[in-house]
Each structure stands twice: as structure tokens, then as C-alpha cells.
Design a protein around this ligand. Structure first.
Ligand SMILES: [Zn+2]
Length: 390
């Protein structure tokens, strides 16, 4: 983190730095002056502004080694709200949370029979307006709206591109459409990028600086990559397409244009397809895991899944040298066999195997069930200073 300088053009950086410090722990104005190198007067201007905006509040008296006890400051967590809209394959989760992750309100919309995106945006807007009317009183600061969708999405222009099988949402400028209806900053991101932010801030990724989060669901295999505590997006936001790493150059033709992509072998629907003729009763990953306990062939299917994922993970690890892999999605149901095999596969083959092992973990969160990962897009922007209005 850069130390701020006492100059006008650095105002936004100074504010961000101060917000980050107050977010970490309660501090006094004198602490802030000492740690930033800014003058007491400069700190007072920024802090008074933050208090006036409802972002920071005074939280009583702190400890003092000599003399008067100082007034300490803390973030006004309970009054800073983030809105999340998670567009999924068959539904949409909408909700409001406080900036520290407390859920204020949430609702699920069933989109199984959604005919057009315009219809979906109407429904989302109606629910959101009702939530704002009910839950947002005058003293509340709504920081922004985070929208997540399966990729690919264009985060810069705010357009959902062409995620199969979400044809209804193809080429929809969701950010512009929501900005037309709400006077609130709106941001779009890939669903798995948003999930990785949740892992980084609240989940298993908290203790790592660099990790990959891999989400294996029925429709595909997504990922979010955190490098040095930052989400890695690539130049245009299209990076992190783990599911489209090829593990077989003479393999199955993938819908993305490549051949032999991980997703063609390791998505839950791909696995179930291979079992359709011999085990027609197996309809889900859960069915497969339960049946595999007394069926060697099915146990082998789970081990193969570990090998497909492992081959891709190894490439990522050998390229980027991350510390850990966090798995989420449908495959985390009783994942003992899958995880054991994955750990063994990766740690017996990685280039760094003689020096250190790569941690393989299971996420505690089911990202298909909630809006919270989308709300995290907003809090991340707030703490990184990208929300310039605040
Ligand atoms: Zn592909």
C-alpha cells in the first residue's frame, strides 16, 4: 500500500488510505496523522468529510499512554449498504447487505421461464425499488449495485456477452439499463470472479495472498484468481477462463472454439453424460457420490474428475505459483475422495513439490444460493478507492 502525500491531487488516495486504516481497526485522528504523514489539519478535513457523508463515525474514547484520551473513529458499517444482483442460469438473487456482509434483505426470482432480458430487468428493478423503499432510510449510504453473471461479460462496458446457455441475457447492457432506473453506481463482473472476492475477504482465502477458486457446477467450470490480494482479471477482464484450458489437444470440440477444454470433461453435465447409458438413474453429482461408495466404476469416475481438474490446476500452479486451490460448486458434496485424489495428483506433479505443498480446500459457501458475492463487488471497489464518488 502506498503512503499518501499531503497534496490536493492525492485527495482521493488519501481518503482511500484513511478508510482502509479505519476499516482495519479503531484509530484516532492523531494515529492517522502519525501513520500517513499528513498534517492534523489535513486529516481533520478528510475525516470530517467522511463523518458528514455517514461513512465514518466517532466511537467513544480510546486508550491513552499520557494525557487526554483520544476520540477513536470507526467505519459506520451498519449504515453502509451494498446491493447485489446475481444472475444465475435459472434464477436471480437480489439483496442488500451492510458493508461488513450482514444481510439486510434478499429475494430469489425464478427465471426458468424468462422470455426476454427486458422482462428480467423489469422484475429485478421492481424488487430492488421495493427493497430500497423499505430498507433504506435517510441516514443509510448506498454505495453501489454489483451485478454478477456467468461469463463472458465485458466489465468495462457493462455488457453480458454470450454465456451459454443464458441466451436471454446475451449482449444485454445490464449496467446501462440499471443506471437508467437507479441513481446508484453499477458494476458488472463474472460470477466466479465475485466468488473469489468473497473467499478473499470472508472465506477460506483469507489466510492466503494468492490462490485460485474453482467453481464446478452443472453448466461449466469457472474460476477466480487472486494474486497478491488482488483479483486478476487480465487486460480486458476476460482472464481466468480456467474451464477453457485444453487438457486434450485431440479431444472434444468445445463451444468456445478450442479443443479438449476442461469444461468438456469436468463440468457436472459432462460427467453425467458419460454415465447416461450405464447408470441412467444417476441424475446429479450427489447421486454419483452416494452410489460410488459401493461401486468401483463410479469411484473411478470421481478420481477421473480429480485428474481433469488436477491437470488444469497444475498448469495454473506451474505458471503462477499460487498458494492454494479452493473448490466450490456442486462437486463439494462429501468431497473426501475427490479432494484426496486432487491433493495427491497436484502435489506429486507440481514443479515445487519438493519444496512445498499446495493447499486444496473446500469453500464453505454455495454461491448459487445468494446475492452476497455480487454485493462484494461493491465493497471491494469501495475499499480499493474505485468508487470515486465516496
Ligand atoms: Zn472451451
Amino acid at each position: 500500500m502506498k503512503k499518501p502525500k499531503n497534496a490536493t491531487y492525492m485527495r482521493q488516495n488519501n481518503r482511500t488510505f484513511i478508510i482502509q486504516m479505519i476499516h482495519k481497526k479503531q484509530v484516532s485522528r492523531a494515529d492517522l496523522a502519525r501513520k500517513t504523514g499528513l498534517t492534523r489539519a489535513a486529516i481533520s478535513v478528510i475525516v470530517d468529510d467522511l463523518i458528514r457523508q455517514g461513512i465514518v463515525k466517532e466511537a467513544g474514547l480510546g486508550e491513552s499512554t499520557s494525557g487526554r484520551k483520544p476520540v477513536v473513529l470507526e467505519l459506520n458499517n451498519g449504515q453502509l449498504y451494498c446491493i447485489g444482483i446475481s444472475i444465475r442460469y435459472d434464477c436471480c438473487h437480489i439483496g442488500i447487505s451492510s458493508i461488513n456482509g450482514k444481510i439486510i434483505t434478499e429475494k430469489r426470482l425464478d427465471f426458468t421461464n424468462l422470455k426476454t432480458a427486458a422482462q428480467g430487468i423489469d422484475q429485478i428493478s421492481a424488487v430492488l425499488q421495493s427493497m430500497l423503499d423499505t430498507c433504506v432510510t435517510e441516514e443509510i449510504v448506498v454505495l453501489g449495485i454489483g451485478v454478477s453473471s456467468p461469463g463472458p461479460v465485458d466489465i468495462n462496458s457493462g455488457i453480458i456477452l454470450n454465456p451459454p446457455p443464458l441466451e436471454v441475457w446475451w449482449n444485454v447492457p445490464i449496467v446501462t439499463k440499471l443506471k437508467e432506473r437507479f441513481d446508484i453506481p453499477v458494476f458488472l463482473d463474472r460470477d466466479t470472479a465475485a466468488s473469489a472476492l468473497v473467499e478473499k475477504n470472508y472465506g477460506k482465502g483469507k489466510k492466503y495472498k494468492s490462490f485460485i477458486q474453482i467453481d464446478v457446477i452443472n453448466e461449466g467450470v469457472g474460476c477466480g484468481i487472486i494474486i497478491n490480494d488482488q483479483l486478476y482479471r487480465g487486460v480486458g477482464g476476460f482472464g481466468g477462463e480456467f474451464g477453457h484450458i485444453s487438457i486434450n489437444v485431440e479431444g472434444i470440440q468445445c463451444r468456445c472454439g478450442n479443443i479438449g477444454c476442461i469444461e468438456c470433461y469436468a463440468s457436472v453435465s459432462a460427467i453425467l453424460k458419460t454415465l447416461r447409458e450405464t447408470y441412467p438413474e444417476i441424475q446429479s453429482w450427489k447421486d454419483l457420490v452416494l452410489r460410488s461408495k459401493d461401486d468401483e466404476t463410479l469411484a473411478k469416475v470421481i478420481k477421473n474428475e480429480a485428474h481433469y481438474l488436477g491437470a488444469g490446476i497444475l498448469s495454473v500452479m506451474n505458471l503462477l505459483e499460487l498458494e492454494a486451490v479452493i473448490l466450490s460448486g456442486e462437486v463439494v458434496f462429501e468431497p473426501y475422495m475427490l479432494i484426496d485424489e486432487l491433493r495427491q495428483y497436484i502435489n506429486s506433479r507440481s514443479i515445487t513439490r519438493s519444496i512445498k505443498s499446495i493447499d486444496v480446500l473446500i469453500s464453505n459457501t454455495d454461491y448459487t444460493l445468494s446475492f452476497t458475492s455480487s454485493a462484494t463487488i461493491v465493497s471491494e471497489k469501495f475499499f480499493s478507492g474505485e468508487l470515486m464518488d465516496f
